[in-house]
Design a protein. Structure first.
Length: 484
């Protein structure tokens, strides 16, 4: 008896077909699951891509419009339910030893166990922290969807989305796992909710204060099109095409980016501080929220999002927003923020005015981009699109989220310029390293390679180039592998 894939294989994602063949071979050879289980149940496999943040970035948690590009690189996950009371995870890493973790089923399947407890269990041992992105899916489904997991699973993970590069390897593994697990347990869930649940995995189980754009792209993105998402909280506004003759690339700076890093978290906290201060200045009603340090604001004016403030209104209030404030002084005066994902540290000093300004102006920049492409891509001004990317990058840097590597890549893009087909460039995702997105003409590939080569020569850092696109998990679906 052998295992083979059942159902149509996706021609839109040939890597998934290859992975299905590989998983079948592993099952037939007894190489996976890690221990013989004597059971003949099926396995489900799914894949989800990383993403290139073209516009929007760190304004997502403030309700901005974002434009995201699903990349070719993806994470593939195979899930096979079994009778053992555990989640056994094996991550295959090319050129490195496999990474393994075993998570007790009762830890993640119990809907009465708090997110704080589950997060603390993963955080207690550095060798298993990575497994929270996978096993956290089970806990979120148990808590938020009422899914009952009476048996565990063995899970195989394979990825070519590089970690810590600002292209959302975390969302890719969450989205692929969510697609496979919901198929294996027959959970009825639509793509948008899948993405929101994946964000909860990262916020509540992993403990990273990310917005929702990454998970929405990995789940709902369409190949070779920009996904437009209004993050209020997650309103998918369709997909838009680049003008004919234009293309996107990503160039890795070689500087590791971590969304859990203090810089990103401090900028997010500063933005929510700014919104809380704006509410006071505007005379909005404020009341204590769900926990200490959390506030509720009755906001018929901006509906709870900095992105809705607008440049004119912000200018009227800007001089009354402090450049920076100590966390303790802020809490004493304002009580807290509306953000349930972060907390204000009373011992830390936070920049406030600049992190507050960023989402206001970034939303305007992204809206201009999207309007130009929706109106008629053929009439969009490519040079103007590039200028908006450079402005976005400068705003990141003003917030303190730049890095010497990403700044140098953007400078090299400027130096190459329109004459060589390079129109614009900006840092992606949470900043503080990672990848730079580049907009150029279709014939600018040589210029992009030259930028990467010069950067490597100057810094000694490898500059991997992201090129190409692929569909999100909801478009490729899942493949079942049965014993025949």
């Amino acid at each position: 008896m052998t295992f083979r894939p059942v159902g149509p294989l996706s021609t839109r994602a040939p890597d998934l077909e290859r992975f299905a063949t590989d998983v079948s071979a592993r099952l037939n050879a007894g190489a996976w699951p890690p221990q013989p289980d004597g059971e003949g149940g099926p396995a489900w496999i799914a894949r989800a891509p990383g993403r290139l943040d073209v516009m929007g970035g760190i304004a997502d948690y403030s309700g901005a419009l974002v434009l995201q590009w699903p990349i070719r690189e993806a994470t593939r996950v195979a899930v096979r339910p079994w009778s053992k009371p555990s989640i056994a995870i094996v991550s295959i890493r090319q050129g490195e030893a496999d990474r393994r973790a075993e998570v007790p089923l009762d830890l993640v399947a119990d809907p009465h166990r708090s997110y704080d407890d589950v997060r603390a269990w993963f955080a207690a041992d550095p060798s298993r922290r990575w497994a929270a992105y996978v096993a956290g899916v089970f806990h979120v489904l148990a808590c938020e969807m009422g899914t009952r997991f009476t048996n565990g699973a063995t899970i195989l993970v394979e990825s070519d989305v590089p970690e810590g590069k600002g292209v959302s390897s975390s969302a890719a593994i969450e989205s692929a796992t969510m697609e496979a697990v919901t198929r294996a347990w027959n959970v009825s869930i639509d793509p948008r909710e899948c993405a929101v649940r994946c964000q909860q995995v990262e916020n509540l189980v992993v403990g990273a204060p990310c917005g929702v754009m990454d998970q929405m792209t990995s789940t709902c993105g369409e190949a070779d099109r920009l996904m437009a998402l209004l993050c209020q909280p997650a309103e998918l506004q369709g997909h838009v095409s680049l003008p004919d003759g234009l293309a996107l690339w990503g160039v890795d700076s070689g500087i590791r980016h971590a969304v859990t890093g203090a810089d990103y978290g401090a900028v997010r906290v500063g933005a929510f501080m700014g919104y809380r201060i704006l509410a006071d200045l505007a005379g909005l009603h404020v009341a204590p929220g769900e926990r200490e340090g959390h506030m509720r604001i009755d906001d018929p004016r901006w509906h709870g999002y900095l992105a809705n403030v607008g440049a004119d209104a912000f200018r009227a209030f800007a001089s009354s927003i402090p450049e920076a404030i100590d966390g303790g002084a802020f809490l004493a005066r304002y009580g807290g923020t509306t953000d349930l994902v972060t907390r204000v540290d009373p011992s830390r000093r936070y920049a406030v005015r600049t992190p507050t300004a960023h989402p206001v102006h970034e939303h305007a920049r992204v809206s201009e981009w999207a309007h130009a492409l929706r109106r008629d891509p053929a009439t969009a001004d490519p040079v103007r699109l590039g200028v908006l990317m450079y402005e976005s990058h400068a705003s990141y840097s003003a917030c303190g989220l730049g890095s010497d590597g990403t700044d140098r890549l953007v400078a090299l893009a400027r130096e190459a310029g329109v004459a060589r087909g390079i129109l614009g460039a900006k840092i992606t995702g949470g900043g503080s390293g990672g990848t730079v997105a580049i907009l150029g003409t279709m014939d600018a590939s040589d210029a992009v390679r030259s930028i990467a080569a010069q950067y490597t020569a100057e810094t000694g850092r490898d500059a991997y180039i992201f090129n190409g696109s692929s569909p999100g998990a909801a478009h490729t679906g899942a493949i079942r592998i049965d014993r025949t």
